[in-house]
Design a binder for this molecule. Structure first.
Ligand SMILES: Cc1ncc(COP(=O)(O)O)c(C=O)c1O
Length: 415
């Protein structure tokens, strides 16, 4: 029995997990000698696959210069350069980058920044948030508060001060006018009635990932931007999962041509090599923190924020993304997934959803997926459904034959 305590796992009598000995490209080699095609890129972070020679080189080069330097009172080029690069590539108007070590902490930072923006602006009434049903924004306390009540948060519900929650917008990416009007008017009525209490509306743009892989319309985001402006509420986009190409655009916000007040990035930021995250704000928020009084400053500072190894990796990862035409690769992945799910017929399947390098298969009952993970392993693929959704979110370097093999296994399961 090992001392290791695993995430999201009932530890009593767990069957031994497969031990990965080495990982290269999209292939995991197990100690048992078996190999698995990783269809979910280590929780959607390893966008370049594993053991990427260029990223490996950058990591060792940076380690030989320095592996870590605190950002309090000192600074370094990798952090300065990455902050500038992120401002350059994210939607226009986001100008100030605050680093942290995980997506959950970056969400905390976004929320703290929003609350303090209002305090710094002399508004003490705005102590609530608005979020969406089925949302997942991380496992720390405030992140749980803006996430839906689910297996992730249920145990702590007594400790969570929940604010306003709206239903997930309906109708998918191409929602019709009627559906949109209904969802947008629900948003407007919450903002109209409670906007004076709401500091920020936080949502994952276009796709709610861990919360059920629900896709919704860019028109909703456009309306959210307009209504947040009208009712004086900040807009936060959590792109920890959707950022860096997952939805077919570099950032999902681009589908709507909308700039949030705060953008949160994580996961694929470092190409999935190590934990790091960024919370990027507009100048209106940043400037509210300026002044002679230290109490206006942002009192937050994770020890490893701006870690040079992470920043050097992120800079190279972004360079590779453009150099290797990842958006083109993602379009190809999308077209294969569309084709594969179209030929997938099963009475167990409720809905199939595809966008960019993301394919989700929702079944009527989660028990229909019991055993899928083990079945996939036996068939050489690594999959890990969430609730009643089996999903594929591969590295962008996956080949056509590797991707088709993933779907062969899924089809075999469903037939
Ligand atoms: C949208 C979103 N936000 C935040 C997080 C939390 O990120 P982390 O696991 O790095 O804390 C996740 C993780 O899955 C996520 O999908």
């Amino acid at each position: 029995m090992s001392a290791l305590w695993y995430p999201y796992t009932q530890m009593q009598n767990i069957a031994p997990f497969p031990v990965v000995r080495r990982a290269t490209g999209v292939t995991l080699q197990l100690e048992s000698g078996a190999t698995l095609i990783d269809a979910i890129s280590s929780w959607w972070a390893a966008i370049h696959g594993y053991n990427h020679p260029t990223l490996n080189r950058v990591l060792t080069q940076q380690a030989e210069i320095f592996s870590h330097i605190m950002l309090g009172g000192l600074t370094h080029r990798p952090a300065i350069d990455l902050a500038d690069k992120l401002v350059q590539i994210t939607p226009h108007g986001l100008n100030h980058v605050f680093f942290s070590d995980s997506g959950s902490v970056a969400v905390e930072v976004a929320l703290k920044m929003s609350f303090q923006y209002w305090i710094n602006s002399g508004n003490y009434e705005k102590d609530k948030t608005l979020s969406l049903k089925n949302a997942y924004h991380g496992d720390t306390f405030k992140a749980m508060e803006v996430s839906d009540d689910s297996d992730f948060t249920a145990t702590f519900s007594r400790h969570l001060k929940r604010s306003y929650v709206l239903p997930t917008p309906n109708g998918g990416f191409f929602a019709n006018d009627e559906t949109l009007t209904e969802d947008i008017s629900s948003l407007e009525s919450v903002l109209k009635e409670n906007g004076h209490r709401i500091a920020a509306f936080i949502l994952e743009p276009i796709v709610q990932c861990a919360g059920g892989f629900r896709i919704y319309s860019p028109q909703y985001l456009k309306a959210a931007r307009r209504l947040c402006d009208t009712y004086n509420v900040l807009l936060i986009f959590d792109e920890v999962a959707t950022g860096f190409g997952r939805t077919g655009k570099l950032f999902a916000a681009e589908h709507a041509g909308v700039t949030p007040d705060v953008l949160v990035l994580g996961k694929a930021l470092t190409g999935g090599y190590m934990g790091h995250a960024a919370t990027i704000s507009n100048s209106m928020i940043y400037e509210s923190f300026l002044g002679d009084d230290n109490r206006r400053a942002f009192m937050h500072g994770p020890t490893f924020m701006g870690n040079p190894l992470a920043c050097a990796l992120a800079l190279k990862s972004i360079e590779l993304f453009h150099q290797e035409d990842y958006l083109g690769k993602i379009r190809k992945i999308e077209s294969i997934i569309i084709e594969e799910v179209a030929s997938m017929k099963s009475v167990l399947v409720k809905e199939k959803r595809v966008l960019g390098a993301l394919g989700a298969i929702e079944v009527f009952e989660s028990r229909y997926l019991n055993g899928l993970q083990e079945f996939a392993i036996e068939n050489g693929v690594w999959l890990r459904p969430i609730g009643n959704v089996a999903y594929v979110m591969p590295s962008y370097i996956i080949t056509e034959s590797e991707l088709r093999k993933v779907f062969d296994v899924l089809k075999k399961w469903f037939t």
